[in-house]
Design a binder for this molecule. Structure first.
Ligand SMILES: Nc1ncnc2c1ncn2[C@@H]1O[C@H](COP(=O)(O)OP(=O)(O)O)[C@@H](O)[C@H]1O
Ligand SMILES: [Mg+2]
Length: 405
């Protein structure tokens, strides 16, 4: 099977997926705007051939370049794990008449209003919602959702320009800052615990799924700098709300006609014990979640993806063994990292539960926490018992500090 991967070297985690695909027995080809010499080695070593195009975003030119490529290719699939290039991948698929998401279907994953409307039709529990393009439409929508509500861009990502609004007064104050955004969705605010539901599918069936707990919810983590965001991949998914989330996710996959590959969903479990859908992306989650899944089950999810494409099933045994926590650290203060405190103590208290850490060294400039969940580094730990995992996670949150300025 010949699979073309669009932008195999970016974002940073994609080369691992490319590597897994090659390991599963697929012949992997790549096309992207990164010069071949700049591809990360994991991607470069896994590609049978790579086509460098100077402008990736012109679909017509890209299709022409692929058709006139001097490498003999007879593509079986086109894959793209980068949110920004989803539409482009769909256009290439359509031009080569390949299976996978079509351009029209891709819109259901990219436009939060179209997504919600399709899911309403299928009877999936979604927040009540309305699309709004003008200030008066936003105010009118608020009458139907009530407060608190959420306002977010229709084509949003990474919680950017996403706001919780608690009153009409607050909404009026917010309106001027929404002016640059073409269209928004106004939604009923769902209270509850937020989780992911991530899958590898073949022909619309879930072959593998994984759930991460967001601690705290993603919007809080993304909008308050002093928060220490954590994603915790859960070992035991036997509780009723996880079972119901699985049934809901399978329903979403069917309603949107998602065929084969990775999906990344988000959902809420409310204090009233209801499961409510958040959103879906037609790609794996970011934030090192591939590694979290691998360390949860001691398997290779990257390769499992290739097996799903190639054979329609996963050949590795899957056993959920650990809760795996990823703790993203943000330094106190601005500018350059000056010191790290509590590292020795944290390492000692985590003991064998510590998987690894990657922290910015003193002297490094702080990362922009608004742009990357990775922030100024992370600690990864794992333990079979959830309570112990959360306790050790709190040690990392409270005892380990990066100082800047
Ligand atoms: N209706 C809602 N109720 C409660 N929280 C929400 C709602 N919609 C979004 N959020 C919060 O905002 C975050 C970002 O919204 P989301 O729809 O996932 O967009 P994106 O991740 O593409 O920016 C979510 O992870 C969640 O924490
Ligand atoms: Mg989201």
């Amino acid at each position: 099977m010949d699979v073309l991967v669009i932008q195999p070297g970016f974002p940073a985690e994609i080369p691992y997926f490319v590597q897994g695909l090659a390991k599963s027995g697929v012949r992997v080809l790549g096309v992207g705007d990164q010069p071949a010499g700049l591809l990360p080695s994991a991607a470069r070593e896994s590609l049978a051939a790579y086509l460098h195009v100077p402008n990736l975003w012109d679909a017509r030119k890209l299709i022409h370049a692929l058709r006139s490529w001097d490498v003999p290719v007879k593509l079986d699939r086109v894959e793209c794990l980068w949110e920004a290039a989803m539409e482009l991948a769909a256009e290439v698929r359509a031009a080569f008449r390949l299976p996978g998401l079509s351009p029209a279907q891709t819109q259901l994953f990219r436009d939060k209003d179209l997504m919600r409307c399709a899911l309403d039709e299928a009877g999936i529990r979604n927040p009540r919602h309305a699309k709004a393009e003008t200030e008066s439409q936003i105010l009118e929508a608020a009458q139907h959702t009530g407060f608190p509500l959420i306002v977010k861009p229709i084509a949003g990502a990474g919680s950017l320009h996403t706001y919780r609004v608690d009153s009409l007064e607050e909404l009026r104050e917010l309106l001027p800052s929404l002016r640059g955004i073409e269209a928004v969705v106004v939604e009923e605010f769902i209270r509850g615990t937020e989780y992911t539901f991530d899958t590898v599918c073949a022909q619309g069936q879930i072959l593998f799924h994984n759930v991460e707990l967001y601690r705290p919810d993603m919007l809080t983590a993304r909008s308050i700098e002093s928060v220490c965001p954590q994603t915790i991949s859960l070992r035991d998914l036997s509780a009723s709300h996880f079972q119901r989330a699985k049934a809901m996710s399978q329903g979403v996959i069917e309603a949107l006609g998602y065929p084969t590959g990775f999906t990344h969903m988000e959902w809420f479990h409310t204090p009233e014990d209801e499961v409510v859908f958040g959103e879906i992306a037609a790609r794996p989650p970011g934030g090192n979640s591939g590694e979290l899944m691998n360390r949860t089950c001691d398997f290779d999810v990257y390769r499992a993806w290739g097996e799903a494409l190639l054979h329609g099933r996963i050949r590795q045994p899957i056993e959920r063994k650990y809760n795996v926590a990823m703790i993203f650290k943000r330094a106190r203060g601005q500018g350059r990292i000056r010191a790290i405190t509590g590292l020795r103590e944290t390492e000692a208290r985590l003991g064998g539960a510590l998987v690894r850490h990657e922290l910015l060294m003193p002297g490094s400039r702080r990362r922009n926490w608004r742009q990357t969940l990775l922030s100024d580094g992370f600690v990864m730990l794992r333990h079979p018992d959830l309570e112990t995992t959360l306790r050790l996670t709190d040690v990392v949150v409270e005892r380990l500090q990066l100082h800047a300025g």
